[in-house]
Design a protein around this ligand. Structure first.
Ligand SMILES: NC(=O)c1ccc[n+]([C@@H]2O[C@H](COP(=O)([O-])OP(=O)(O)OC[C@H]3O[C@@H](n4cnc5c(N)ncnc54)[C@H](OP(=O)(O)O)[C@@H]3O)[C@@H](O)[C@H]2O)c1
Length: 314
C-alpha cells in the first residue's frame, strides 16, 4: 500500500510502498478514504515525541482520518465490516498513521461512526481540531454571559472553538486578518480583532475596558500569554494548546491557567457527531490534495504558509 512516511526523525516525508497491516485481536483494519492534516503531523516527523514513544521506521505520518472498516480482528463487536468511520489513527508505537491507504485502530479506541450525511473529506478534518476545541471550552467552563477571546481563531482548532464558545452562549472575540473577519462572524464571533495589526490588548480593551472572562489560545508563547492575561478579570480562565501557560503566573492573577492535551475517545467523537448532525458545528476544508502532494503540504504548513484545513484524498 502507498503511504507517507519518514525514514528517521527530521527526514523529509516521502511517498513509500509498504505491506498492508493485518488486524490483530481487538483491532480493525480501515481502508482510509481521506486523512486530515494537523500541525502535530510535521511536529511528529521532526521528532516532537522522540523521547516519549519509541517508534519503528519507516514511520507513517498522520492522526486524523475517515474511511471504511475493511476487516475486523478477533473479538471485535463494536464496529463491523463496511461501516464508515472517522477518528484519530495515531499509531506511532507501531509506525502506523492515517496518511496511508490502510491503517489499524483499536476497536475500543478513538474511532466512531461517521456523522450522518457527512462526506469522508469533511469527517477527516474534524477529530483533532474539534476535540481539542471541545476540551478547551469545557476546561474554561465557558457559558452564557462570558466574554471570550479566541487567539488563532482562523485555524483548525480555532474555528471549532469559536463555534462551540458561541453555542455555549458566550460573546466571542476572534482574532482574524481582515479577509477572514466575515468567516469568523459567520461561525458565531461577535467581534474580531486583527492580529496582523499588533497590540491585541489595546484592540480588545477598546471595546471591553473592564476586561474579559476567558482566553482560548492556540498561538501565543509564554510571554504572550502573560501579556494577554492582563485582559482577564479575577476568576477568569486561560487555556493554551501549545503548553505556553504558566499556571503559577496565572494563579498570581487569580486566573485558572491550563495547558490542554487533546485526548480523543470514541465517546467524545460521538459528542462531536451529535453537534455536527444538529448543524451546531461545521468544519471547512480549505484544500484537498492527492497523497503524493502531502510532503509539499507538510513543508508549507511547517513554514506557516498553509491557511485552513488541508485534507489528503487516498
Ligand atoms: N495540545 C494539543 O493537544 C493540541 C491539539 C491540537 C493542536 N495543537 C496545537 O495548537 C496549534 C494550533 O493548531 P491548529 O490545528 O488550529 O493550527 P492551524 O490550523 O495551523 O491554525 C493556526 C492559526 O493561527 C493563526 N495565527 C498565527 N499567528 C497568529 C497570531 N499571532 N495571532 C492570532 N492568530 C494567529 C493563523 O492565522 P493566520 O495565518 O491568518 O495568521 C492560523 O489560522 C498548533 O501549534 C498545534 O500543534 C495542540
Amino acid at each position: 500500500m502507498r503511504a507517507i512516511a519518514v525514514s528517521e526523525y527530521g527526514a523529509t516525508p516521502a511517498l513509500i510502498d509498504v505491506p498492508r497491516p493485518e488486524p490483530g485481536p481487538g483491532e480493525i483494519l480501515v481502508k482510509m478514504i481521506a486523512a486530515g492534516m494537523n500541525p502535530m503531523d510535521w511536529k511528529v516527523a521532526d521528532g516532537l515525541l522522540k523521547d516519549t514513544v519509541e517508534a519503528p521506521f519507516p514511520l507513517i505520518l498522520g492522526q486524523d482520518g475517515a474511511g471504511v472498516v475493511d476487516a475486523v480482528g478477533e473479538g471485535v463487536t463494536r464496529l463491523r465490516h463496511g461501516e464508515q468511520v472517522y477518528g484519530s489513527f495515531f499509531g506511532l508505537a507501531r509506525g502506523l498513521g492515517s496518511y496511508a491507504e490502510y491503517t489499524l485502530a483499536a476497536a475500543d479506541g478513538p474511532v466512531a461512526r461517521m456523522p450522518d450525511g457527512m462526506i469522508y473529506t469533511q469527517a477527516a478534518a474534524v477529530p483533532t481540531a474539534s476535540l481539542t476545541a471541545l476540551a478547551m471550552v469545557d476546561e474554561a467552563r465557558i457559558d452564557g454571559g462570558q466574554t471570550v477571546l479566541v487567539v488563532g481563531a482562523t485555524g483548525g482548532v480555532g474555528q471549532s472553538a469559536v463555534q462551540l464558545a458561541s453555542r455555549a452562549g458566550a460573546k466571542v472575540i476572534a482574532t482574524a486578518r481582515a479577509d477572514m473577519a466575515g468567516t469568523m462572524r459567520r461561525l458565531g464571533a461577535d467581534e474580531t480583532v486583527d492580529h496582523s495589526k499588533g497590540d491585541l490588548n489595546g484592540q480588545v480593551l477598546a471595546a471591553h475596558s473592564d476586561g474579559i472572562d476567558a482566553i482560548l489560545d492556540m498561538v501565543s508563547d509564554t510571554g504572550g500569554t502573560e501579556q494577554l492575561a492582563q485582559l482577564l478579570r479575577p476568576g477568569g480562565a486561560y487555556v493554551s494548546t501549545i503548553w505556553a501557560v504558566n499556571p503559577d503566573a496565572m494563579a498570581a492573577r487569580e486566573v485558572r491557567g491550563t495547558n490542554i492535551e487533546s485526548a480523543p475517545t470514541a465517546e467524545l467523537l460521538d459528542r462531536l457527531s451529535a453537534l455536527i448532525d444538529a448543524s451546531e458545528l461545521r468544519v471547512t476544508v480549505e484544500r484537498e490534495i492527492p497523497l503524493e502532494e502531502a510532503p509539499a503540504a507538510l513543508a508549507a504548513a511547517r513554514a506557516g504558509g498553509a491557511r485552513g484545513k488541508t485534507v489528503i484524498r487516498l
